[in-house]
Every structure is written in C-alpha cells, then in structure tokens.
Write a protein that binds this ligand. Structure first.
Ligand SMILES: Nc1ncnc2c1ncn2[C@@H]1O[C@H](COP(=O)(O)OP(=O)(O)OP(=O)(O)O)[C@@H](O)[C@H]1O
Ligand SMILES: [Mg+2]
Length: 276
C-alpha cells in the first residue's frame, strides 16, 4: 500500500496554517499550461486574491512521483518563510480525494515567453534580469538547495521582477555528494556530470544558468548539448561578445572548475558598475 503522506485531515489543517487565514474555496479559472504531471491554472481565493494553482491528479501517481510532490511542497514551505524577492511566493496547498493543489502568486510571463515574443523587453532589462536570476540562485545555494531544473520556463517575471519557480525536482545539497536515482532536468540545461553519473550539486545549476545565458544572448537558440569538449564550447561562445568570459566560467565541463552563483553575481555586479 502506498505511504500516503497527503492524508486529507492533516492537509486541511496545514492549508489553514499555510494561508494564514481560513481559506474555504479556491476557484480555478483558465488553464495556463499542461505538463506530464500537472495542470497550471489561474484562479482566485475566497479573499479575492488572484493566484496560480498547480494541480496534480493524485489518482495516477506512483510512489516515486508522490514523494516528488511531497518534496516540492516541503521545499516551497521552507522557502516561504524567507519571502525572497526572486523566488516565487508560495501560499500553501490544498488537498482533496483526487487532487493536490499548490497555490502560488500569479505570474504573467516566463523568461522563455519573453525571449521568444518580446526580445526588446529582454534587451532593455538584460543586466537586471541576469543579476536577479543570480541573486535568486545564490539565495537557494546559500540555503543548500539545488534547484535542479533552471531554464527559461521555470523563471517567471512578475511586476518586472525575476521569480524562480518549479521546485519539483529540487533537492537539499548533501555535502556535494548527491546522486540522483534517475535522469532529471531538461536538455541542454543538464550539466555534463549529471548526464555522466547522475552526480548533482549547486554547480549543476550554474551549468544550467550558463546554457540559459547562452540562449538569451543568441535570440532563443539553445546551446548544443551534444558538445562534450571544452574547445568546442569555447568556439561556440566566442560569438557571444562581452559575455564570453562569464559563459566560459559557467560552461566548464568539470564542476569543480565552474563558477559559483556567489562569484558569478560578484562578476556581473562589477561588470555592471564598470559600465555605468
Ligand atoms: N506562478 C505562476 N504564474 C503563472 N504561470 C506559472 C506559474 N507557475 C508556473 N507557471 C506556468 O506553468 C508552467 C509549468 O509550471 P511548473 O514548471 O511549475 O510545472 P511542471 O509540472 O514542473 O512543468 P514542467 O515539467 O513543464 O517543468 C511554467 O513553465 C509556467 O509557464
Ligand atoms: Mg517547470
């Protein structure tokens, strides 16, 4: 029998605690996205607050998937107490017989939406966005959280501010010796060490950040993830102008040689100040 961590009675109690008021109804409106495990809706709470609802149909989940969502809730719960500017604001969850609903503040666009549909907006806010992504990442890494799936789809822009979201496959860093059970993440954002032997660390997020930076600079074109040697990577990023240097530091095959979020943030801030 499945170990049901989402026992209905416990959850109702937790919803009230999480929302800081007694939320009696959550109304789902428009569906925004549909993925393998979840559906994302815009919606409204009974205090008229507009929210995003990530709904998971619990009927067809395997135990592993079940635990993944439990993990997602726990990480969001932990992050909620810090209320960081560049992390999506999680409000709580609700659970019924068939569904688990995770409630978040509602975003308008993902970074990928902007890269594809509004490149001018990206151009105008480029350094601000890069600094805010790195600020969010540094915060997560300082708290020992590996995001595990950094990409433009998991970065929202709300009121012109970057908000990292989707902690679905995030894990707590365990002395830099974390082994995944199976492949997770998204090509080409999965770091070489994850592909090679499923070892993941905060540095794996920095590879993903490098791949994202490459995509932003190259008008939506992804780096080729089959590229396994550093010389080829160097040749590719040679065309990335003033951001070559940071890209090279992020896209190191060896994670020990890869730049940390702290150093990358320092690097960008210095570069930014020097340009003003
Ligand atoms: N708070 C939000 N406000 C608005 N849109 C959101 C919000 N959270 C997520 N979305 C949209 O829904 C998509 C999927 O959300 P999320 O990444 O959390 O789900 P997922 O099941 O992990 O999906 P995937 O497997 O595609 O990563 C996001 O890429 C984004 O477009
Ligand atoms: Mg996602």
């Amino acid at each position: 029998m499945i170990n049901n961590k989402f026992d209905d009675n416990t959850i109702i109690e937790k919803v009230e605690n999480n929302f800081n008021y007694s939320c009696k109804s959550i109304q789902k409106n428009q569906m925004i996205k549909k993925s393998i495990y979840s559906k994302i809706y815009s919606g409204i709470l009974d205090n008229n607050e507009l929210v995003c609802i990530k709904t998971i149909n619990r009927q067809f989940l395997t135990l592993i998937e079940y635990n993944m969502f439990y993990n997602e809730i726990q990480i969001n719960q932990m992050l909620k107490s810090y209320n960081h500017d560049n992390i999506i604001n999680y409000k709580g969850y609700s659970c019924s017989k068939n569904y688990i609903d995770l409630i978040f503040e509602l975003g308008n666009n993902t970074l990928d939406d902007l890269i594809m549909n509004n490149p001018l907006e990206i151009q105008n806010n480029f350094k601000k966005y890069i600094i805010e992504i790195l600020t969010g990442l540094k915060f997560l890494h300082d708290k020992n959280i590996i995001h595990g799936d950094i990409k433009g789809d998991n970065i929202l822009i709300i009121n012109n501010k970057i908000k990292i979201c989707d902690f679905g496959i995030s894990i707590i860093n365990n002395n830099n010796n974390n082994k995944l059970l199976n492949h997770i993440g998204t090509h080409p954002y999965i770091a070489p060490e994850v592909i090679k032997d499923l070892t993941i660390s905060c540095k794996s997020d920095m590879w993903a950040f490098g791949a994202l930076l490459y995509k932003i600079i190259n008008n939506g074109y992804d780096i080729q993830f089959t590229i396994k040697n550093e010389n080829n990577i160097k040749k590719l990023i040679n065309y990335c102008g003033e951001w070559n240097d940071l890209l090279e530091k992020c896209l190191k095959i060896n994670p020990d040689e890869r730049i940390s979020s702290e150093k990358a943030l320092e690097y960008v801030r210095l570069k930014y100040e020097a340009n003003i």
